[in-house]
Ligand binder design. Structure first.
Ligand code: HMG
Ligand code: MG
Length: 302
């Protein structure tokens, strides 16, 4: 396998958006800074969505402004529509992500419109982003199953990936939102998508609800995908996806990749410290297996 993988750190956005405890702007900024210091140079830091829908992401403009001094890092934010784009740009966003779904049921629940309507909302965002020199990433949720519509056909994912690509997204991130996928299904889905959008323009965004995320990522890497979305501590989940739990943990991904001889540039001790601090703030331990193992080992060594 080629020796380079790009990790997009989701902790401050996907990671915190589903937590009962609201984390202060200052602590969210400190979390981002700690992640970058640990070597995670691309971080999704917030979402310009309705604060009524996702109160955890309120004040994402302050978070983005607060981290913009950090050098050699790329910060992403979610925008569902032009209103979000305006706010993100005012706060200085240079990379934004639009998010669609492979299923009608989830699209309705999450962003209150059909898949086709969501594409209409994204069109002006992509047009303006192009004129502004802003990069746009495109998410597709529920690529391996939907909490409302059940099974999802790989072709539905592939067609939507093509649409987002044709609109001008520079990368398509494929979300197993409720973590139901298994490796062969993930492989099939990625092959179908790769017939429409080149593999090197795809990212894997796999939640670990059923404990399959690392296996699915490995299958995807065998297909040639080299961009992985993960969240420190295995935080995450979407309030509009019943049953969804955290993203695959960044610690677990880093451990696997390093074990495969793929350098990540991530300092595990610093990442663990960032995870432990955010766990303290939200009042629950990290679900990451590697973080738990290293914390136990460090306690035993004391
Ligand atoms: P809507 O109700 O259809 O929109 O919501 P609307 O245009 O009718 O506006 C309703 C209210 O929202 C108005 O405010 C608007 O001003 C406001 P009110 O008059 O009631 O006070 N509004 C906004 N406020 C702030 N920022 C905006 C914005 N747009 C409208 N951009 C909307 C549509 C998309 C806004 C809403 O449904 C929403 O915010 N949903 C939240 C979706 C979300 O953030 N979900 C979680 C992230 S996606 C995810 O986690 C999946 C992913 O990780 C991949 C994976 O795992 O699969 C990416
Ligand atoms: Mg997600």
């Amino acid at each position: 396998m080629s020796n380079s993988v790009r990790i997009i750190e989701m902790g401050p956005r996907d990671g915190l958006q589903n937590e009962k405890t609201l984390v202060s702007v200052e602590a969210r900024i400190a979390f981002v800074e700690a992640l970058v210091a640990a070597g995670l140079s691309t971080v999704e830091v917030g979402a310009f969505v309705s604060p009524k829908a996702i109160p955890q992401m309120a004040s994402s403009d302050q978070v983005l402004r607060g981290v913009r001094h950090v050098k050699d890092a790329e910060f992403h934010v979610l925008v569902p529509n032009e209103k979000g784009y305006d706010a993100a740009r005012t706060a200085g966003a240079e990379v934004v992500s639009v998010f669609a779904a492979a299923s009608e049921g989830f699209s309705r629940a999450n962003i209150n419109c059909s898949v086709a309507e969501s594409i209409e909302r994204f069109k002006p965002v992509l047009e303006r982003a192009k004129a502004d020199g802003v990069k746009v990433r495109g998410y597709i949720s529920c690529v391996l199953g939907c909490p409302f519509d059940g099974e999802i056909m790989p072709k539905a994912v592939a067609d939507l990936a093509r649409t987002l690509w044709d609109l001008g997204c520079y990368e398509i991130s494929l979300g197993d939102t409720i973590g139901v996928g298994t490796p062969l299904k993930a492989r099939q889905m990625l092959r179908a998508v790769a017939a429409e959008v080149a593999t090197d323009k795809l990212a894997m965004h796999f939640h670990d609800t059923y404990g399959q995320a690392l296996a699915n990522l490995y299958a995807g890497m065998e297909e040639g995908v080299r961009v992985i979305d993960s969240a420190a501590g295995g935080l995450g989940g979407c309030p509009y996806a019943p049953g969804a739990t955290g993203n695959v943990a960044t610690e677990d991904v880093v451990y696997m990749l390093e074990g495969m001889g793929i350098a990540t540039g991530v300092d595990m001790d610093k990442l663990l410290a960032a995870t432990n601090e955010v766990s303290r703030l939200i009042g629950r331990p990290a679900v990451s297996r590697v973080a738990s193992a290293l914390n136990a080992k460090n306690r035993a060594a004391k």
